[in-house]
Design a protein around this ligand. Structure first.
Ligand code: CP3
Length: 360
């Protein structure tokens, strides 16, 4: 399919960071790699910072956020950094109370009944989330020139699910029932989320992010028609509200392999792929107009490294030559051996460099 939402083709200089060139499907000397949750509890260096500050304090404090964002860049040699924050941070600006107890996030003062959507605010991001812009500036100042910073935010459906469920969920029953029972209020809610998130992402780009990723982590809970209505439609508006020449937009909608063309219809430059959809199959669904990012199962890294290496090579084979950013199909888990992550980064660099030299 054609990416009819992309701006004029972006031609980056040959010495632009390899991650950005891959996002625009330009020639690269090796496949770039970064990993979702690359800053996190599997890293002893992260745990050392986390021992002194709780998670929300880390998200709210530019110096701490910058410190842990830079850790995996220095330790692993990844080709991009991702801002250390959390998906739920902008919900605080909208009036919700967000907490992170041991068992996962808890959101209160959110959407308990349909009329609560009217109470949610959409203040200017710079006034309420300015600490994130400060973190971006500190991170950019500390990064090597060839490593761009990725900003991020949640897609409306995934954020709405936290506001409505009050936390994580197994089947998203409350969220989906809300969409079916209160479609008018749901539209108001999704409109507000687009407004808040677009402003938040634009603030991150203004502060120095060179790419942005929109996480629709729980999109796979929707059937294809509902994804069209509550996923594609709003994600597409978000993509259009933040896109600028030279700043790729990545959409990662997990669990959507059977209707991946509807994810591509968001008009993103890069589509995140989870491990249930081989990259060569994803390519046949969307054609050459998109870069693909993915798609190793993060739990693979808990197995023997020989298997990790073989899986990485299979992924590189399936990706083909142009427009691939190596990543996982979801975030690294705390039990991951850091050594396996480092060896994966090195292996992807070496193995892909040989392929690119061979022209394949
Ligand atoms: O390295 C990075 O990827 C950047 C930082 C980042 C975090 N969360 C740090 C984090 C990013 C990009 C996120 C996004 C996020 N947060 C998503 C979308 C991606 C995904 O995983 O699908 C979602 C759904 C959340 C919500 C969230 N935050 C949950 C469900 C949890 C609890 C589960 C867990 O892993 O603990 C969090 C907490 C969280 N976010 C931690 C980190 C490092 C752990 C907090 C701690 O240190 O105790």
């Amino acid at each position: 399919m054609k990416n009819d939402s992309a701006p004029l083709p972006t031609l980056l200089p040959a010495d632009a960071p390899v991650f950005l060139r891959a996002c625009f499907r330009q020639p690269v000397e090796h496949t770039p790699i970064w990993l979702m949750r690359q800053a996190g509890r599997y890293l002893p260096d992260y745990r050392a910072v986390r021992a002194k500050a709780d998670f929300l304090t880390m998200c709210h404090t530019p110096e701490l956020s910058a410190e842990v964002t830079l850790q995996p860049v220095n330790l692993l040699g990844v080709d991009a950094a991702i801002l250390f924050s959390d998906l739920l941070i902008p919900l605080e600006a909208m009036g919700a109370t967000v907490k992170f107890p041991e068992g996962g996030p808890e959101i209160t003062d959110a959407v308990e009944q349909a009329s609560d959507v009217h109470k949610l605010r959409t203040p200017p991001a710079i006034e309420t989330l300015g600490y994130t812009a400060e973190a971006v500036k500190l991170i950019v100042a500390g990064l090597p020139a060839h490593v761009p910073l990725i900003g991020f935010a949640g897609a409306p459906f995934t954020l709405a699910s936290y506001l409505i469920e009050g936390g994580g969920s197994k089947n998203y029953q409350k969220t989906k029932a809300f969409l079916y029972q209160h479609p008018a209020e749901a539209e108001i809610l999704f409109d507000k989320l687009v407004t808040m998130v677009a402003d938040f992402l634009n603030m991150q780009i203004d502060a120095g992010c060179k790419a942005v990723q929109i996480f629709d982590s729980w999109a796979g809970a929707l059937d294809p028609e509902d994804y069209e209505r509550w996923g594609t439609r709003y994600t597409r508006r978000l993509v259009q509200a933040v896109r600028r020449p030279g700043v790729p937009v990545i959409v990662f909608a997990k669990g959507t392999g059977t209707y991946f063309d509807r994810v591509a219809a968001s008009g993103a430059d890069v589509l995140g792929v989870d491990w249930t959809l081989p990259l060569n199959v994803a390519r046949t669904h969307v054609g050459p107009d998109f870069a693909l990012q993915g798609n190793m199962d993060p739990i693979r890294l808990l197995g023997p490294f020989e298997q990790v290496r073989a899986t990485a090579d299979r992924i590189l084979d399936a990706a083909g030559s142009a427009g691939h950013i190596f990543n996982l199909g979801h975030g690294l888990v705390p039990q991951t051996p850091p050594d396996h992550v480092k060896r994966l980064v090195d292996h992807v660099h070496e193995s892909s460099a040989a392929r690119h030299r061979a022209g394949g």
